[in-house]
Design a protein around this ligand. Structure first.
Ligand SMILES: [Zn+2]
Length: 231
């Protein structure tokens, strides 16, 4: 086996390790609370609060309507009982009853409007609750998938780590160190040579360089400095 091939294989493993680590980082970043769920939850809470307020308003209107109605009944009783005969007093009672009836009718209109508003608020709250439920189900499924994805990638990473150890055990430590430094600077340390071209920098190799690369020795590209590997 040539050194270049050994290093190329090591690089293949290292690139897979990089990609697994990147995937784990991305998936880990997606774990946790969802902004959309938090948002929908707070929308639902405020809609429910609004609804409660409307229900409260409706109850106080109802009791006010009841009180006003009771007053009307009392006055009309007095009016038609025959106990009051003074015309001035009768007129005043009639006016009072008329005023109370108008007031009751106004309160009833108000109650109707509040009830309609409450109905709309309840429909909105139900729609938000349904949306929230859907979001939560999606979020749970996504989190589950992310967790199993992370677990899978970590297992893969453990396998790759073992592979890396056994591959680098067959290479001189100084060579591995040289490769590692090169990779730190350039991302890839080993470049394939295809049709006489270094795939790292796309520069044509001289025939003398190509000959040396063919020997399998550790040859660096004169242009980009990467270790050249001819498959
Ligand atoms: Zn090159």
């Amino acid at each position: 086996m040539s050194i270049a091939r050994d290093l190329f294989e090591l690089q293949e493993v290292d690139l897979e390790i990089d990609s697994s680590e990147r995937a784990i980082r991305q998936m880990t970043a997606q774990l946790g609370e969802s902004q959309a769920i938090l948002q929908a939850g707070s929308e639902l809470a405020s809609e429910k609060e609004h609804l409660e307020e409307l229900n409260h308003q409706q109850h106080s209107l109802e009791s006010e309507i009841g009180d006003t109605g009771a007053k009307v009944v009392r006055i009309e009783e007095q009016l038609y009982s025959g106990r009051t005969t003074n015309p001035k007093e009768l007129t005043s009672l009639q006016q009072e009853a008329g005023g109370l009836k108008a007031r009751r009718s106004g309160l009833e209109d108000k109650e109707l409007a509040v009830m309609e508003e409450a109905e709309e608020a309840a429909a909105r709250a139900a729609a938000i609750a349904a949306r929230l439920k859907k979001l939560e189900a999606e979020w749970r499924a996504e989190q589950k998938q992310l967790k199993s994805g992370i677990k899978e990638r970590k297992q893969q990473l453990a396998g790759l780590g073992e592979k890396r150890v056994s591959l680098s055990a067959g290479i001189e430590p100084e060579t591995v160190e040289f490769y590692t430094e090169l990779r730190k600077g350039k991302g890839t340390a080993v470049a394939r040579v295809e049709q006489g071209i270094c795939r790292g920098c796309r520069i044509s190799l001289s025939s003398a360089e190509l000959q040396r690369v063919k020997s399998g020795a550790l040859i660096e590209c004169t242009s980009c400095g990467r270790i050249l590997f001819l498959a």
